[in-house]
Design a protein around this ligand. Sequence first.
Ligand code: ADP
Ligand code: MG
Length: 143
Amino acid sequence: MAVRIIETQSPEETFLLGKSIGEAAVPGQIYTLHGDLGVGKTLFTQGVAAGLGISGVVSSPTFTILQVYEDGRLPFYHFDVYRIADIEEMEELGYDDCFFGEGITFIEWAERIEEIIPENHISITIEKNLERGFDYRRITIEE
Ligand code: ADP
Ligand code: MG
């Protein structure tokens, strides 16, 4: 397992890190995103979408669970499972077509659906440290 730790000092830097991930992403990759509310998961994901060449606005799919973007280099499946009640709901959404398809999957709050996350995924954790300032973020990428 490789672990990369990147520290960012601004929203722009986090966006650009996401963008570089989007540019390098390959079909079938599954990313889980971890971190408290307001830490920057959606902002990071917006960077990924930009890196995939997606032009539309990427907002947090908290109320819809899943947003699909098909106008980029690869299909992009953005899940926010914060409000998921049970795994059945994921099945109703047809999550396996996303996870095991030719696109890129990003899952915010993935720990809520741990039992269906394939072992072979990339985990991204974003953390604040207020001693380092309001805009500091520590981003850990494990794959
Ligand atoms: P989440 O999806 O984790 O709830 P959001 O991406 O919606 O969080 O919001 C993150 C907020 O934190 C934004 O308002 C953003 O401007 C702010 N922010 C400040 N510094 C950073 C940073 N270094 N990286 C990411 N976001 C930051
Ligand atoms: Mg969010």
